[in-house]
Design a protein around this ligand. Structure first.
Ligand code: SF4
Length: 221
């Protein structure tokens, strides 16, 4: 069995609660969504088998964890299952970066995952359809492991979408960390919007954090 991969490389995690940790990124090709701000679209992939991927990962030495990312890694669930299981057998920490929609696939793999970084895809941020039900189901399964959620906030993001996220968090696990990530950290208008959104979260007693994409600020991958 082979996976469609875009790249494998070592860098630091630029987003979310593990920002700054050294990871090996295994970037899977393809996604089930089309977010308007997507910066990981790729037309190219190579087909690689498990042995070859493990060899590349092990050649990269020591690091905090292996980030299974995309695109949407859960789309290639049969291969992902094999890879995540093998990583665990090799005593590697497995970190899943996901758009939080394919909950049935998550169920198949959850035992081999250590940390889940799940995105809320807000319709007014992404221009994709409403996915609240899928996100709720996903999060319930993800709770078996360490999980945090994040959302990209842009100038068009509505307060109503933020409130939907808050409702889901409060219903499923009220102390979950919620990372608000500005789409463009240099946009002045967005800065004040981020502060308003942070206050709204705090008023609802949500563990909220505003975090920029560190790798973009540092100009690294
Ligand atoms: S879910 Fe992620 S990879 Fe897929 S289109 Fe959206 S931003 Fe891009």
């Amino acid at each position: 069995m082979k996976a469609k991969l875009v790249e494998i490389f070592k860098s630091i995690q630029g987003e979310g609660l593990y920002q700054g940790q050294e990871q090996v990124f295994v970037r899977f090709y393809g996604c089930n969504l089309k977010c308007s701000f997507c910066d990981t679209k790729s037309l190219f992939y190579t087909k690689e088998d498990l042995f070859c991927i493990m060899e590349k990962i092990n050649d990269l030495g020591d690091f905090h964890s292996v980030s299974l990312t995309g695109g949407e890694p859960l789309l290639q669930i049969e291969f992902l299952k094999q890879l995540a299981k093998t990583l665990k057998e090799n005593k590697r920490k497995v970190y899943l970066e996901t758009n939080g929609v394919l909950y049935q696939n998550l169920r198949e793999i959850i035992d081999f995952i250590d940390i889940i970084s799940m995105d809320f895809k807000l319709p007014t941020s992404t221009n994709v359809k409403i996915l609240w039900k899928e996100h709720s189901k996903f999060l319930k399964i993800a709770l078996k492991k360490e999980v945090f959620v994040k959302a990209v906030i842009g100038l068009n993001t509505s307060e109503q979408d933020l409130i939907e996220c808050i409702h889901i968090i409060k219903k499923i696990k009220s102390d979950l960390f919620f990372v608000l990530q500005p789409q463009n950290p240099y946009e002045k208008q967005l800065k004040s919007k981020m502060e308003i959104f942070e206050k709204i979260c705090q008023q609802h007693k949500i563990n909220v954090k505003i975090m920029f994409q560190l790798h973009k600020k540092l100009g690294i991958r």
